[in-house]
Design a protein. Structure first.
Length: 339
């Protein structure tokens, strides 16, 4: 199912549009505002679940790079974002075919960092899926040790659009001309305000992938209960055990709505992920919208393949975050990075 942009996401587009460098000499200038110096590039991985059109709007000048995470279905290897693999994974999971994931290679990160250097960036902030769930950040650190350009690698401690929200904040900060330390701070502050809650019909796929973490305590009863889980301190943890799928989805809705309602007025942001059950995700998002009239509609998207491979068919996830304060643009000191 295609990504949907909600009103909560529009401030990001507007902010980036306002921060675009001035046109080259000879081109008509849209305003008299000086070009913003873009010092820092942002790299992330496809577990960030960023909307595809938003990514396209940020990658033209190398300001953002998304590294695809590989998924192995049977003996075939696919790259998230490079191949249309959603249906392939769904069929494999339904038929019991082996589905595994791996971290990107250090070489992929090295190429991304070198590309940023060639474009004139002064540094890179590389932001990734929780180290408790993947070795992706380790691969980025290894690559960082091989290049001359300064690279700060940040383990987000989370997944999906919870990671994506932090990356979006980082991109906005970078577009405003912030240095690497400020870009890291923008992402880190968002991670601290973002929660992931999800329901899976079965723990079996998480068990097979070794991503079950503290939720392993539920394995003995996994056929008798429908677990509601969360990501805490970078790992999957159990929240509640519910006796039926309908009750589990209802309880997931209650937990997410209560969290969003506790945020500062007008600041909550929501995203809903699914895999193989878009109608359920639509219905859940609609109910959340009714329960939270002051909150913009949730972005609804299919779970990234690398996460769906572990969560399995029928997963529903709700990400609760907050809209960040507007990033102020510093006065330019160097020529803007060319596009």
């Amino acid at each position: 199912m295609p990504d949907r942009d909600a009103a909560a996401w529009l401030w990001l587009r507007e902010r980036l549009a306002a921060l675009r460098p001035a046109p080259r000499p000879g081109a008509p200038a849209p305003s008299t505002r000086p070009a913003v110096v873009v010092r820092t590039a942002v790299v992330t991985d496809s577990a960030s679940a960023l909307p595809a059109d938003w990514v396209r709007s940020c990658t033209g000048d190398g300001r953002l790079t998304v590294i695809p995470m590989p998924v192995m279905v049977g003996t075939e290897i696919y790259g998230e974002g490079e191949d249309d693999i959603t249906e392939t994974i769904a069929l494999a999971l339904a038929s019991g075919t082996s589905v595994k994931t791996s971290r990107p290679s250090p070489g992929q990160f090295e190429q991304a960092f070198l590309a940023a250097e060639r474009r004139g960036y002064e540094g890179v902030v590389s932001i990734h899926i929780s180290g408790g769930l993947s070795g992706t950040a380790d691969a980025a650190r290894l690559a960082a040790s091989r290049v001359a350009i300064p690279v700060e690698v940040l383990d987000s401690g989370t997944v999906g659009m919870a990671l994506g929200m932090g990356v979006q904040n980082a991109v906005v900060a970078a577009a405003a001309g912030s240095d690497a330390s400020a870009v890291v701070a923008a992402a880190t502050e968002q991670f601290a305000r973002t929660k992931v809650y999800f329901y899976v019909p079965s723990l079996e796929q998480l068990r097979r992938g070794g991503r079950i973490g503290a939720a392993a305590s539920l394995l003995g009863t996994m056929f008798a209960i429908k677990p509601i889980l969360a990501v805490d301190d970078g790992k999957i943890v159990p929240l509640e055990k519910v006796r039926s799928a309908a009750k589990a989805v209802a309880r997931l809705e209650e937990i997410a709505a209560a969290d969003a309602a506790s945020r500062p007025r007008g600041q909550a942001r929501l995203a809903v992920h699914h895999f193989g059950n878009p109608a359920e995700a639509e219905a859940l998002a609609a109910r959340l919208s009714t329960a939270l009239p002051g909150c913009p509609p949730a972005q609804i998207s299919s779970l990234p393949a690398v996460l769906a491979a572990h969560a399995g068919l029928g997963v529903l996830a709700v990400i609760v975050g907050e809209t960040s304060p507007t990033v102020r643009s510093p006065e330019p000191e160097l020529p803007a990075v060319s596009t």
